[in-house]
Design a protein around this ligand. Sequence first.
Ligand SMILES: [Zn+2]
Ligand SMILES: [Zn+2]
Length: 270
Amino acid sequence: MMPRCNLHTHTKLCDGANTAEEMVLGAIDVGCEALGFSGHSPLEGEDWCMSEADMAVYISEVLRLREKYRDRIEIYLGLEYDTYSSCDTSPFDYIIGSLHYVKKNGVMIPVDLDADLLESEIEKHYGGDFYAFARDYYEGVSSVYERTGCDIVGHFDLLAKFNGGGRFFDERSPKYREYALDALNALLSEDLIFEINTGAISRGYRREPYPADFILRHIAERGGRVMLNSDSHAADTLFCYFSEAVEYARECGVRELVVMKNGEFTSVKI
Ligand SMILES: [Zn+2]
Ligand SMILES: [Zn+2]
């Protein structure tokens, strides 16, 4: 069964293409039962994030839409909380904790902004050694809960975004897998929810969702909780690749997916 819930979406108030209301209408159109908004938390000087003022508008708009459409869809107010942000999480129904930067030599290296930029930054700060960068990335990821108090871990292996065709690294490398699994084990001990994130597919960067299968299998073996999210930046990609992702989850040993229902995280069999 494909869950009709999606808690990872963006609007015009950060880097999405549509208003929150357009997203709600798009969700109702495709039979979505629970839609959660997860605008980017404020980060100084970053226009893909909400400003403090945007955030106030965001909160009141999502709450307005929750009332307006309450007979047709469940709407939740979430936040994608970057580990380098600092904000009050009390207004939110849930938090997605995400790492978008690796800080090295006092420089913030954006993990998912641009492939050529990433390559040149790794050249500059790591002598071109992607695995050394991956070690720092996963060290950051392992502290995502500590830094954000999240319920859901966002796009666990985001650093693979531009790795189509193995451009940056070999995902089968034991060294790479050790870094990833160390971070995963640290987060699994906190009983967090991990997302299968299809966002890079709808935007044409990848053909597979995050996380890679060795990661998802490990989560399933350890009895970790998993949910399906599209990290959607537009109203027409809310369920992008969802049915394929359910198959993928099953192949990796996942038997249940978490959804939000009546304000609670609950599991449904797949
Ligand atoms: Zn993100
Ligand atoms: Zn996102």
